[in-house]
Design a protein. Structure first.
Ligand SMILES: Nc1ncnc2c1ncn2[C@@H]1O[C@H](COP(=O)(O)OP(=O)(O)OP(=O)(O)O)[C@@H](O)[C@H]1O
Ligand SMILES: CC(C)=CCC/C(C)=C/COP(=O)(O)OP(=O)(O)O
Length: 78
């Protein structure tokens, strides 16, 4: 198979996870790694650095840090 595209997908805290994971599989994404974890605040600030000047940035970081996220890596072939 040709080289796959790698995609990072994070599911936000306090929601249902199963349907979202299933949806990506049905679209042809292959799940190759997943981790259920509380993302450190500093890591989230770096992840969303492009949005740092937006008014919603502090709230976004706070919410993402308020519980566990499902962090996933998928492969896909176009
Ligand atoms: N106008 C907005 N108001 C409130 N929150 C927003 C707004 N735009 C983006 N966000 C929040 O910021 C997060 C990241 O936005 P971004 O535009 O980077 O989209 P993404 O699809 O999550 O990431 P990417 O484009 O890197 O795949 C969104 O999931 C959302 O929670
Ligand atoms: C929404 C976001 C940005 C989530 C962050 C996910 C995260 C910190 C993964 C760390 O996994 P890792 O395998 O790279 O690190 P470690 O080896 O420390 O577990």
């Amino acid at each position: 198979m040709a080289n796959p595209e790698h995609t990072f997908i994070a599911i936000k805290p306090h929601g249902l996870m199963g349907e979202i994971i299933k949806c990506y599989e049905q679209k042809g994404f292959l799940l190759v790694a997943m981790k259920f974890l509380r993302a450190p605040e500093e890591h989230l600030r770096q992840h969303y650095i492009d949005l740092k000047d937006q008014s919603f940035f502090p709230g976004l970081v706070k919410y993402m840090n308020s519980g566990n996220v499902m962090a996933m890596e998928h492969y896909s072939w176009q």
